[in-house]
Design a binder for this molecule. Structure first.
Ligand SMILES: [Zn+2]
Length: 464
């Protein structure tokens, strides 16, 4: 009997604080990563790199600093989870030359007992979010929101003060994970935690778009917000979005954001009033048109070819295609991942929205990237380099992972392995709307600063 189960990787950006870029900034932070809006107001004054108020840990040996809390009594599994977190960091630093260490706060806890999330059909494996999204004036003059982990690598002379951690993540102990060393045939029931963690950390590093259908009106926009009550609101992109283009025209999504920003966003209106006025505006057809692209395969990509003139016709070679096959648009999956049809059988498989239900080691073996690029394929390398990370020229596998061919124990029991674990297939299953994707835009948040409350859920699915 086939059981349809769902596995969601949740990525919550949460509270995005659009503060004024002044010396008296305040920001909001989450207290917990999982769809619970517990927040606190904190100061985040501008600091310079020479300012002693901001200290960034540096270590050549360990560029991912993992602060791990295991909240279960199963100490053996606790140890396995911590090892996976460390290993995932090693795979990323085998590709990226991080200039400052990235701190990850990680927890392993029972979502059912802790959050009352006991749905066994739609199991949340984990949730991840950047500790803070920070508004920065970009090289083209636009203000975009950058995750703290990425901003640190840009080594800006002056920036809003960073929080103590860069990425906050938790994993659900109320589900079955597969760990390196477990029999491979058990992967049909269990999810490879290393695959999950590496995928999630890449989101935390900045693989995240602001373009969404925020109001369920079949129109996509960047995130609406504003800096202060003195200024009008606008749609804000993320750093990732600067490089998004339509195919084949090469038209940038930033130019579309510019068009959308002719729409006046008032600060003291409700969501319904916002929707009502936006639907009547001349900007709505623009957002509606882009929605059509976002549900049509092969029409939106992340530009990885540098120095192309604006509006130059482009091909698939110039971009890493984003997921635009899902119709209707699936928040957290559409656009926020690479195109599964194109990349599931390539070394750029990692950021598909669909979990391929085999281990990371087996996936790399199948596509031949075990010793060439590892989990981060050639196009994803270019994407991360475009975002601002320094990409290493060579890749040396930090850890040897098992696969069917390399593991004698597994080889011996191969007859018991279902054939569908051999070859990854993209899942066409899209009927699981992620449970935590509630986008709340709070236009009436009365503090010394005004922030918008959002949650972003990036899900990948597994069909059994
Ligand atoms: Zn994802």
């Amino acid at each position: 009997m086939k059981i349809l189960s769902k596995i969601s990787f949740i990525f919550l950006i949460g509270l995005i604080c659009l503060t004024q870029l002044t010396l008296s900034q305040k920001c909001l932070e989450y207290l917990r990563p999982v769809y619970r809006y517990e927040t606190k107001v904190i100061d985040c004054p501008m600091v310079s790199t020479n300012d002693k108020r901001q200290s960034i840990p540096t270590s050549n040996d360990l560029m991912f600093i993992i602060n791990f809390k295991c909240l279960t009594n199963d100490k053996i599994t606790c140890g396995k989870v911590e090892n996976v977190l460390i290993t995932a960091g090693k795979f990323i630093t085998a590709t990226l030359n991080l200039k400052t260490a990235i701190t990850v706060d990680a927890q392993f806890l029972n979502y059912c007992l802790t959050y009352g999330d006991c749905d066994q059909e739609k199991v949340i494996l984990g949730s991840t979010r950047p500790a803070r999204m920070i508004p920065i004036q970009d090289t083209d003059g636009k203000v975009r929101l950058y995750p703290q982990a990425l901003l640190k690598q840009l080594e800006l002379p002056e920036h809003p003060q960073y929080g103590p951690s860069d990425i906050i993540t938790s994993f659900n102990s109320d589900t079955n994970f597969w760990f390196e060393g477990d029999p491979l045939y058990t992967l049909k029931d269990n999810s490879d935690m290393l695959y999950v963690v590496v995928h999630e950390l890449i989101h935390g590093l900045g693989f995240t778009t602001a373009w969404r259908d925020y109001f369920n009106i079949q129109a996509i926009t960047p995130v609406p917000g504003y800096f202060s009550t003195d200024t009008k609101g606008q749609f804000f992109e993320f750093g990732f979005d600067k490089n998004l283009v339509l195919l084949p025209s090469g038209k940038s999504l930033t130019s579309i954001a510019d068009e959308l920003n002719k729409f006046p966003i008032k600060l003291d209106i409700t969501n319904n009033e916002f929707i009502s006025s936006f639907l009547k505006s001349p900007q709505f057809p623009i957002a509606k048109n882009l929605y059509k692209n976002a549900v049509t395969h092969g029409t939106i990509g992340f530009l990885i070819t540098p120095n192309l003139q604006p509006n130059t016709p482009i091909t698939q070679d110039d971009v890493i295609l984003l997921e635009t096959s899902l119709n209707p648009f699936l928040r957290g999956s559409s656009l926020a991942h690479v195109d599964a049809q194109t990349y599931f059988d390539s070394s750029d498989f990692l950021m598909m929205y669909s979990y391929p239900k085999i281990s990371l080691g087996q996936m790399m073996f199948n596509v031949g990237s075990t010793n060439t690029t590892g989990p981060i394929g050639p196009k994803l390398r270019l994407l991360l380099g475009t975002l601002g990370y320094e990409v290493k020229k060579d890749y040396i596998p930090p850890v040897k992972l098992s696969n069917l061919q390399s593991n004698n124990e597994i080889q011996a029991s191969k007859t018991s392995i279902p054939s569908n674990t051999i070859k990854p297939q993209p899942s066409a299953d899209t009927n699981n709307i992620e449970k935590n994707d509630s986008s709340l835009v709070n236009f009436n948040f009365l503090l010394s600063i005004i922030c918008i409350l959002l949650s972003f859920t990036y899900s990948i699915y597994s069909k059994y």
